[in-house]
Design a binder for this molecule. Structure first.
Ligand code: SF4
Length: 147
């Protein structure tokens, strides 16, 4: 099964970008490494062939840091198929008043935001990949005509 590509925006020097990147790393490196992987947005933006190949035609989840939606736009430009979109601004709203840190370092609050946000995205990855498994398994729900 092909892994879902979880692509964060770059946002160098901004806490929103750092939250986005750390969240993608937690999802792909710790929570569901067998089902998801990440790719470097800088390679996509630069039109680097290796970066584009990793995304083109594959299922992707974007994690953006603001309304500029750099990750989402870069995935689309590289021919990726976006199946879910997330924004750090929404995660921040759920932790109103918390101080996440700065573009270089996250505070304890920042890591709590990353943990919660990554758990939400990982749950989506499991849900999406489980649906694919069910469709290909004639011994479970697909045999009952539920799909
Ligand atoms: S989405 Fe926003 S925070 Fe992320 S790289 Fe673009 S401008 Fe920066």
């Amino acid at each position: 099964m092909s892994k879902v590509r979880v692509i964060p925006c770059s946002g160098i020097g901004k806490v929103m970008g750092l939250l986005s990147r750390e969240t993608a790393l937690e999802v792909t490196g710790r929570l569901c490494p067998d089902l998801a992987e990440t790719a470097c947005l800088a390679h996509l933006v630069a039109g680097d062939a290796e970066g584009s190949e990793k995304v083109a035609g594959h299922k992707c989840i974007s994690i953006d840091g603001c309304t500029a939606l750099c990750a989402e736009k870069s995935i689309e430009a590289a021919g990726g198929i976006i199946i879910a979109k997330y924004n750090v601004m929404d995660a921040m709203r759920e932790h109103r008043g918390k101080k996440p840190g700065d573009g270089s370092n996250l505070t304890e609050d920042g890591w709590i935001i990353v943990d919660d946000f990554a758990a939400k995205i990982a749950s989506k990855v499991f849900e999406l990949q489980e649906n694919i498994r069910c469709r290909s398994n004639n011994n479970c729900c697909s045999s009952k005509g539920e799909f």
